[in-house]
Design a protein around this ligand. Structure first.
Ligand code: PXG
Length: 291
């Protein structure tokens, strides 16, 4: 059975799921998106993802033509139609069809809405057990005043450039620094370090995506009375951390054991990382919207 994809009001087969070459999502990366996951037919934090999508859209002055409830309904119907127990769901809203100029006022005024539900793509299992080796990218994180990284826009070239650097070094991920050298996030994940049993993660003010998984980790720390501080830090603090891990919807929670040429502690995933990982895993399987 071919997967069903929602495109502008229709549930199409994969081969028929098409948008115009004049769509400004394609021509200019003018649009926003979300990546969500479901576990055992429960979409994890659907409301939070939908809210973030509307926030991103608002930031780029894109009016999503349907309400949040309707859009959530479309997402649920798309996953249900595909009969997926566990899915990775991509929700995309673009500025819609325009001409070859970048002026969004010349677009049709009908944003394109796409929902794809498919199997999940994860890092190979070995990385969850052994931990990832990552780099610090030379590519600088977009500044808040250029293109705020809190906006989950279709313009991911900044992150892709850093990802290419990682790939060229034979690594899977890259930490991006801001103009002052502060750690921001990775190309598709938020970052956490642990030192002397205190968890640190960069604050939103440094210019990062407000990760849904990041928020889940912050909640777990609060519940478990683990001290967690949102603080700015530079790469030296990462090199000398006791533990390090990344969080994201696609990756969930993944340990980091090497950054550049430096091993993190003993080069193995640490005990607090494992605890957060187990808690995240458990949370995602009980807490969600059913389809
Ligand atoms: N930072 C960035 C820049 C992201 O793109 C996260 C953090 C984590 O946020 P959530 O809400 O997922 O906990 C993301 C999201 C991929 C891929 O192919 C990853 C994301 C988005 C799209 C694709 O790895 N990560």
């Amino acid at each position: 059975m071919s997967i069903k994809i929602y495109v502008n009001g229709k549930y199409c087969d994969k081969q028929e799921a098409k948008i115009s070459v004049f769509d400004h999502g394609l021509l200019y990366g003018d649009g926003v998106f979300e990546g969500m996951r479901s576990y055992s037919r429960l979409i994890f934090r659907l409301k939070e993802h939908i809210d973030r999508l509307y926030e991103s859209a608002r930031a780029i002055k894109l009016q999503i033509p349907v309400g949040k409830r309707v859009l959530a309904g479309i997402v649920l119907k798309t996953v249900a139609l595909n009969d997926l127990e566990n899915a990775y769901i991509r929700l995309v809203v673009t500025r819609g069809v325009g001409d070859l100029g970048l002026d969004p006022r010349k677009c049709s005024g009908r944003p394109s809405i796409i929902v794809i539900a498919d199997k999940i793509m994860l890092y190979p299992e070995k990385y969850y057990k052994q931990g990832l080796a990552i780099i610090i990218a030379r590519t600088q994180q977009n500044s808040i005043r250029a293109l705020n990284p809190a906006i989950k826009s279709l313009n991911y070239l900044n992150n892709i450039m850093a990802k290419i650097e990682a790939a060229n070094s034979g690594r899977e991920e890259a930490i991006m620094l801001d103009a002052k050298g502060y750690v921001t996030e990775c190309t598709g994940d938020n970052i956490f370090i642990i030192k002397n049993s205190v968890v640190y993660t960069p604050p939103l003010s440094v210019g990062i995506l407000k990760g849904v998984t990041r928020d889940a980790v912050i909640e777990i720390a609060r519940k478990r009375k683990i001290m967690l501080k949102e603080r700015n830090f530079k790469c030296e603090k990462v090199y000398s951390a006791d533990e390090c891990f990344l969080t994201g919807t696609a990756a969930e929670l993944i340990p980091v054991v090497k950054v550049d040429s430096k091993k993190i502690a003993f080069g193995r995933p640490g005990p607090m990382t494992l605890l957060f990982s187990q808690e995240c895993h458990r949370m995602a399987r009980v807490d969600g919207v059913r389809y």
